[in-house]
Write a protein that binds this ligand. Structure first.
Ligand code: NAD
Ligand code: ZN
Length: 360
């Protein structure tokens, strides 16, 4: 038996207002390479207070990233990399301030400034050849676990798959719950549910162990307080909780795996560009046969917060689209293997997956 040897984040600062420490945190790194930093910032913040507080120096480059339409793309990362290396050269480090989208672009960019060729070459496990430059993640919305995961998920011309290797995780995290207070309610719920679903899928499969359970149980407890508790909703106390839940949900997955919901959700995102959080909610809503307790509790959370989960989508889908989604989902063998077992191919067929899509 070979056990996974997990690379974790080097340093974490957590607490309301901790964003103010970012300048001090970056200072010692500024002597690396060409002595400047790249800041990738979700463009929601372009005209907000956070931009004024950004510790960017004159030599630094700030890019505002639109994360509201599409998920991160391989050519988007390649283009940024070419522009940066063709300009000022190798940066001291990359800071990603935003949700899973911006954090994944930051993680990918940190690797791609030191690895030649297109990022499509590196979509998969351990394909990256050299460590990247220093990277720092500052989440502004909680749930994906992208802040601690060993993958930077990109959609390329052929697949949606992460750059997954031991150098992918951030060197530094700044977890300031205050930054998440402006997230719109639906988005808060969809991305928050990503965390809840990670924990349910993590615990419902063969890779689950006590390491995954310790983090997963705590993340679920926090999710219950945030989404079902007496003071549930979007407030600073709950932002503090959900930020830790997101991190712990991600850590729970480091020894476990996601399952059927994520496999189907990837298909949906690939074919229709549906964003990860809402795609998970659309999918999980129909998976009571596989995750009965989890789906029941999910529905209570939906009801409590009057969230709109799209239904009756399949009637507008063509047979080709459903087949394509099923093929994408089926190809995610590590998820089925975790959820169903090593002999999953005896139990899961394209037709069975299609039937699940037709429920949506
Ligand atoms: P996101 O980054 O896609 O952002 C969603 C929306 O929220 C955007 O419109 C953004 O502008 C807005 N937003 C973010 N912070 C805000 C704030 N504080 N105030 C107001 N608006 C704000 O959201 P996400 O759900 O965190 O990330 C989804 C992405 O993460 C997907 O691309 C998915 O593939 C990826 N993902 C990665 C991992 C991983 O392990 N690397 C895990 C899960 C998901
Ligand atoms: Zn997820």
């Amino acid at each position: 038996m070979m056990y996974k040897n997990i690379r974790n984040i080097d340093k974490i600062v957590y607490g309301t207002g901790s964003f103010n420490q970012l300048d001090d945190i970056l200072k010692p790194i500024r002597t690396d390479n060409k002595n400047y930093f790249i800041f990738l910032v979700d463009d929601y913040f372009e005209d907000k207070k956070l931009s004024e507080k950004l510790p960017a120096k004159t030599a630094d480059l700030v890019y505002f990233i639109d994360a509201s339409h599409e998920e991160p793309k391989t050519d988007q990362v390649d283009q940024l990399r070419d522009e940066i290396l063709g300009g000022k050269g190798l940066p001291s480090g990359i800071v990603g301030i935003g949700g899973g989208s911006v954090m994944d672009i930051a993680k990918a960019l940190s690797l791609m400034v030191t690895n030649k060729g297109s990022s499509t070459l590196y979509q998969g496990l351990n394909l990256i050849r050299k460590p990247g430059v220093y990277s720092c993640g500052v989440p502004t919305i909680s749930g994906t676990g992208a802040e601690c995961s060993t993958t930077a998920v990109l959609t390329g011309p052929e697949k949606k798959l992460g750059l997954k290797c031991e150098w992918t995780p951030f060197n530094q995290l700044v977890l300031d719950p205050e930054l998440t207070l402006t997230v719109p309610k639906n988005q808060w719920f969809y991305t928050g549910m990503d965390c809840y679903i990670h924990c349910i899928e993590s615990e419902s499969g063969r890779l689950y162990n006590d390491f995954s359970k310790a983090y997963g149980d705590q993340a679920i407890t926090l999710c219950r307080q945030v989404f079902l508790g007496k003071n549930s909703g979007l407030n600073i106390k709950n932002s503090e909780k959900l930020m830790v839940a997101s991190l712990f949900g991600g850590l729970s997955l480091s020894y476990s795996e996601v399952g059927i919901c994520h496999a189907l959700s990837y298909g949906l995102s690939y074919v229709f560009g549906t964003r990860h959080g809402i795609a998970n909610c659309i999918t999980f809503n129909q998976l009571a046969d596989y995750y009965p307790q989890g789906v029941k509790e999910f529905k209570q959370m939906v009801e409590k917060h009057h969230i709109d989960i799209p239904l009756n989508l399949a009637k507008d889908w063509s047979a080709e689209q459903v087949t394509k989604m099923a093929e994408i989902a089926y190809a995610l063998s590590h998820m089925w293997d975790h959820a169903i077992g090593k002999n999953w191919k005896e139990k899961v067929s394209l037709d069975m997956i299609k039937e699940l899509y037709y429920r949506m």
